[in-house]
Design a protein around this ligand. Structure first.
Ligand code: UD1
Ligand code: CA
Length: 452
């Protein structure tokens, strides 16, 4: 059966105390509602989002997806919310209801839930909680069949003692929603249209309700405040760390790594504490990452070494390259095999040839450096004239003396030797010494000033 998904994302989330709509707060760098959407995409291509508070912002953040949006102007309850999407839902097939603030449900769990649905059966995701306060309680009959959900505020003292609760996530044949949502009443403690009333309606019409449990309770946890957001963040990160170790990486402390994206590792990578990975990161075999590094959208070849406190962003590093400590590689940086970028060096749109070294205190931007070049401490490529950017071209085997200023566009030919402290605005020819600085003079007969 085809599956349509309705994601409820209209609530305000006032306890977040935020200018951002709650469902756009991020877990592992991705907005919560986006996690839900990505999971739903694994089994559905008909996704409906019910938006309300911050509707424009939420819609905007999904503008790259083929989702349907339904505006719920007033938040009159979960049943009312799903009803907003009714005109877009097919008459047949399965509908799965998800919450935009319950981000980490596994696709496998939801597939299991959807698997329960028949024309006469709905599926309900429930969990056992030590402290069920606030949740809708699952009421079962003597045979153990689910018969209704009672909201906390409507529950009797006996019902309040029940510890099996409604996660809110449920799946049903589409016809049930078309038939019963228009019949929901709001004569309850909160004056809301409860989606959960569908359960007793189904049972009274002879349908059955199958409850399914997730592997982990965290899969059903919603976020109402920033503490709960932090709990889910840590749970996510712990799983991500376990997955990396399962792939053969050594983590010096699995509690001190953050993955906000996807990290692929070859065998025997060693990651020291406080590494943050963002976007798509690929690590070859035997990569070593020192403490306190941030690595974003980067590909590191085999045996690359990244020393402490280094930021790598949008860069490709060849086998055996070494970087840091305290280096900053910006987008468009490419290090060939065995290249070396040392402390307090910033690179941007720079291609650095095999075995070349930029060891200390340099800015290398819009530059192409051949193989085996040595760029002395404090070398600066002046790539920007205030309006346009220009390229510095440094040939293989060139030697740039310390504290040189290379005013682009400029070429340093292969094997050129540039004297320390040079300011170069013209080509430095191959295999010759070029010095671009004032000559040193010693003034004869100079005498030290004296006080009158
Ligand atoms: C709901 C369930 C309860 C369950 C709990 C799990 C109902 C009546 N109750 O309760 O059984 O244990 O979730 O967390 O369904 N939303 C809208 N529009 C609305 C109302 C809600 O979009 O008019 C969205 C919220 O943004 C949220 C989700 O639906 O993402 C759940 O709403 P919430 O108010 O938290 O439901 P509860 O009362 O906690
Ligand atoms: Ca809730």
């Amino acid at each position: 059966m085809d599956v349509s998904v309705v994601i409820l994302a209209a609530g305000q989330g006032s306890r977040m105390k935020s200018r951002l709509p709650k469902v756009l707060h991020r877990v592992a760098g991705v907005p919560m509602a986006r996690h839900v959407h990505q999971t739903a995409c694994q089994f559905s291509n008909d996704i409906h989002m019910v938006v309300g508070h911050g509707a424009d912002q939420v819609k905007q953040s999904f503008s790259d997806t083929a989702s349907h949006f339904w505006l719920q102007e007033e938040q009159l309850g979960t049943g009312h919310a799903v009803a907003q999407a009714l005109p877009g839902l097919p008459e047949s097939g399965v509908v799965l209801v998800l919450y935009g603030d319950v981000p980490l449900t596994r696709a496998e769990t939801l597939k299991k839930l959807i698997g329960q649905v028949t024309e006469q059966t709905m599926g309900l995701l429930t969990v056992e909680l030590d402290n069920p306060a606030g949740y809708g309680r699952i009421v079962r009959d003597e045979q153990g069949q689910v018969v209704s959900i009672v909201e906390h505020k409507d529950a009797s003292p006996e019902q309040l003692a029940l510890t099996e609760v409604n996660s809110g996530i449920m799946a049903m044949p589409a016809w049930m929603l078309h038939t019963w949502l228009p019949r929901l009443k709001n004569n309850n403690a909160q004056g809301e249209y409860y989606l959960t009333d569908l359960i007793s309606m189904a049972v009274s019409e002879g349908m059955s309700v199958q409850a399914v449990q997730p592997d982990d309770v965290e899969e059903t946890l919603g976020v109402n405040n920033r503490q709960q957001l932090a709990v889910l963040e840590r749970w996510y990160q712990q799983r991500a760390a376990n997955a990396l170790m399962a792939e053969g990486a050594t983590l010096m402390d699995p509690a001190r790594i953050d993955i906000r994206g996807t990290v692929r590792v070859g065998p025997d990578c060693l990651i020291d504490v406080n590494a943050v990975f963002e976007g798509e990161v690929d690590l070859g075999a035997g990569v070593r990452i020192g403490p306190n590094c941030v690595i974003r959208n980067a590909r590191l070849g085999d045996d690359v070494v990244v020393e402490a406190n280094t930021l790598i962003d949008g860069a490709v590093l060849g086998d055996g390259a070494t970087v840091g400590p305290f280096a900053r590689l910006r987008p468009g940086t490419e290090l060939a095999t065995g290249a070396k970028v040392g402390n307090f060096v910033e690179t941007k749109k720079a291609s650095i040839g095999a075995g070349s070294k930029v060891n200390h205190l340099s800015y290398i931007g819009d530059a192409v450096i051949g193989e085996g070049a040595n760029i002395g401490a404090g070398t600066i490529t002046c790539n920007y004239d205030g309006a346009n950017k220009f390229v510095t071209d440094i040939g293989a085997g060139a030697f740039i003396g310390s504290n040189s200023t290379l005013v682009a566009p400029v070429t340093i030919e292969a094997g050129a030797f540039v004297g320390a402290g040079s300011v170069l605005t013209k080509t430095a020819p191959a295999d010759q010494l070029t010095v671009g600085r004032a000559r040193q003079v010693t003034v004869k007969g100079w005498s030290r000033p004296v006080k009158p």
